[in-house]
Design a binder for this molecule. Structure first.
Ligand code: FAD
Length: 470
């Protein structure tokens, strides 16, 4: 008898599908989180994501205790640790929320097999997205590969099934929860140190997520205007909280729709909702096309011959370290390297620059972002990179190539963002700052590592193979 709720990317004690169902199904209910050693392996000791999870767990434990429960935190390979904990507690079933990453699906299959061989069950629930897997399909009943028809079908499905947004209530259930006290681990116990979360403006946990959303709501009506300008910082910054489930996607969508219905969301509300639908879209793409991990969504793009060898390695290092000589690209990489966040417009600009100006394989950029982004999410990161490389679903056509100077002039017109992250360029005028080499250059700042016009021609030639075969 009894249930074990296994928390993973859902670190909250409200609107939680697995916890809700466990509390209704069986008692006593235990709660646990496993620091999964295969995931932690290879991360730097000051990894912000690990520190974020760690701090969020302390808050989660407090919240669960307030509800009458407690939280057990362990460290090990979850494939063994969860079945072992289930056996130790003697529960009949483990409850968790679905995770659509191929590696997580394989892990859950291993956990299921181990639990079943021991006479126990694994029950999984949709929680991370509004619509999962095959809930939104084409009229012919097929998974979609293009966003606009997907979004239309998503909206139609929501209209038909508004309870997809209903919260999974958690009532205080002292009688249903197992008695006991939380047992947490120190970061040092799992091989990590603290990270500079406060310095980079990140408040972990449910409190951090809800404070951000409160701050963002008054800005929502202007989101469609403000979202493209990095210096205006007009986006929600909720991606990290969505990644670890310290906010509820249902709550965000519900609130956006309620504000729209009251006429308080303007055009920004609809645009922001679209972004949340993009998130569902990429989760669905990953689920139906696990080959996107490591290969192109459109296989013909794997024929593209990317630059390799020492010269390409040096260009890649210049990109990573923000010394390409293109100020907007370098400022964006400085934002990523110092804060772990990068504005969406700049993710598109830097990704395009790596693939289309430097001719470097998108997978190298994807891996660098995966290491550095606080909000790293396999589905969205892979989708974004394949979009920029033109190899993905609904991607940028390969012949449309961002010009890093024009992008800079359009989206950071006065150079405010560049000045913030590249203080060396602070004294340049708005006219000079986008292409300093045209105005005599700046001591200590590199000249451009490639000429954009020449790079563009090389890229068009490189992608010919796609035209020939596609
Ligand atoms: P807002 O503009 O406030 O948007 C709200 C939410 O919508 C975001 O938090 C996010 O969950 C979702 N969203 C917004 N844009 C997208 C998008 N294009 N695709 C999918 N979901 C979106 N997003 C990640 O969460 N993790 C990643 O690892 C990631 N890597 C990316 C890599 C590249 C090359 C590109 C082009 C985009 C990537 N994105 C990623 C998408 C997007 O850049 C971020 O979600 C966004 O910048 C996060 O800031 P925000 O929370 O302020 O977004």
């Amino acid at each position: 008898r009894g249930a074990l709720v296994w928390f993973r990317r859902d670190l909250r004690a409200f609107d939680h599908a697995a916890l809700h169902h466990a509390l209704l199904a069986d008692t006593p209910v235990y709660c646990a989180f496993i620091f999964d050693s295969p995931i932690l392996a290879g991360l730097p000791r000051d990894d912000r994501r690990v520190a974020f999870i760690h701090a969020s767990l302390a808050e989660l434990a407090d919240e669960l205790e307030a509800l009458g429960g407690h939280l057990l935190v362990r460290h090990g390979d979850a494939r063994a640790a969860i079945p072992a904990l289930a056996a130790e507690l003697g529960v009949a079933a483990v409850y968790a929320n679905e995770d659509y990453d191929p590696a997580a699906i394989a892990r859950d299959e291993a956990v299921l097999a181990a639990l079943e061989s021991d006479g126990r069950a694994l029950k999984l629930f949709k929680d991370h997205v509004i619509f999962a897997r095959s809930e939104v399909l084409s009229q012919a009943g097929k998974p979609l590969g293009v966003f606009t028809p997907y979004k239309k079908a998503w909206m139609k499905r929501l209209e038909a099934q508004p309870d997809a947004l209903a919260p999974w209530h958690i009532e205080p259930h002292a009688a249903a929860f197992a008695a006991g006290k939380s047992r947490l681990l120190a970061l040092q116990d799992i091989g990590f140190d603290g990270a500079d979360l406060a310095d980079v403006g990140v408040t972990p946990g449910m409190a951090g997520g809800s404070a951000l959303f409160d701050t963002f709501q008054p800005q929502l009506p202007d989101y469609d205007n403000a979202r493209d300008f990095p210096a205006r910082d007009g986006t929600s910054h909720l991606s990290l909280h969505l990644r670890f489930g310290t906010v509820s996607i249902r709550h965000l969508v519900r609130t956006a729709l309620q504000l729209s219905a009251r006429g308080q969301a303007g055009d920004g509300g609809a645009t922001w909702l679209s972004e949340l639908v993009w998130r569902d879209f990429y989760q669905m793409i990953l689920f139906h096309n696990p080959h996107v991990v490591g290969t192109s969504f459109k296989p013909v793009y794997d024929k593209v011959d990317w630059e390799t060898g020492p010269a390409a390695d040096e260009l890649f290092a210049a990109w990573c370290e923000g010394r390409t000589g293109y100020p907007l690209v370098d400022a964006a990489m400085a934002q990523l390297n110092t804060t772990g966040f990068m504005h969406n417009r700049l993710r598109m600009v830097t990704a395009s620059f790596l693939c289309k100006d430097l001719g470097i394989d998108w997978r190298r950029g994807e891996a660098y972002f995966a290491l550095k982004l606080n909000d790293y999410e396999l589905a969205s990161n892979n989708g974004g990179w394949q979009w920029a490389a033109s190899s993905g679903c609904d991607a940028q056509p390969f012949f449309r190539i961002f010009n890093p100077v024009t992008q800079s002039e359009r989206f950071d017109r006065d150079g405010e963002f560049i000045r913030k992250f590249l203080p060396r360029l602070a004294d340049l005028s708005a006219r000079e700052i986008h292409a300093p080499w045209l105005h005599g250059g700046v001591a200590g700042y590199p000249p451009p590592v490639v000429d954009h016009a020449e790079a563009r021609q090389r890229t068009l030639a490189r992608f010919e193979v796609v035209k020939a075969r596609g």
